[in-house]
Design a protein around this ligand. Sequence first.
Ligand SMILES: [Zn+2]
Length: 312
Amino acid sequence: MSPLLHYSLFAIHSLGLSDGGIDSIINASMSGKRILTPLRLFTLALLGLGAAGVGVIAHLNADGEAPPASPATAGIYGQDVPASTLPATLLPGLVLLTPHQLALIPQVDGFQSPCGTAGGGFVYDAQPFNTPNEKRGGHHTGCDINGIGGENTDLGLPVHAAARGLVVYNGEPSPEWGKVVVLAHRLPGDSRIIQTLYAHLDKSIVNVGRFVGRGEPIGTVGTANGNYLAHLHFEAIASPCTEAGQRAYSATGTMNRLDPQQLLASHPAPAVPDPYETVRRLRVREAGLQQPMAPAANMPTGTVPVNPTQFL
Ligand SMILES: [Zn+2]
């Protein structure tokens, strides 16, 4: 006999509910006898406690009957992730775009070449997108834009924003990458977010959080600290992360990279400057004109300290 059943039979017996006990209670009640003796009250309390205990045990059992975690996740959710399983260095460039950034990303009016003329004059693509490169162990995830002069003749040439965008990364993920800028753009129509990445820069001149107009200078062509002949490694990325510092040669397809030349061809910029950029330049010029014209203390008298045209 189980302990629970034994306990219940004991309680019923104590209450006098067995062997015609109900009849005796009814008779006692009709004859005015006192039926709730201290012993019966005590037994009723014990019964209540027992019922509550059974309920708690049943509840705990229900929780314990959940399907066990799979071996793949047991180690993760069963305890804190041990530090030894984390990568030695977390990539600072692999940062999820925040909801605030996503809301701010402007819609483009088209894409243009980031180097040379807006239409891609005076530059060429030395290593097109998805080109297999055995030495580097994979397919090229971007394209390498060079000046037509060859070698380092393009060192220091301006790099322009390929489209109106929000600066979401400006840094140096590794010496091999050199300085990198990433812009986020919203495509017209389906509002897809596309990012453009500009790598190996000699200088980067825009900060994270700034809006840039199409064609606005964002840096200069560089060599990634002397690692290569000067060129611009240019990528187009469909990703919710900034993706700076990932592999430039992928052994497993082209990941979430798009063909930058195809992006430029499918969304050609109008043959006029970005109105956004024109307004920005006017504002900068206005700000320059409104600066106080008093000569600085160490300047010879008569010199104009601010030349508004320097901002253009
Ligand atoms: Zn490249």
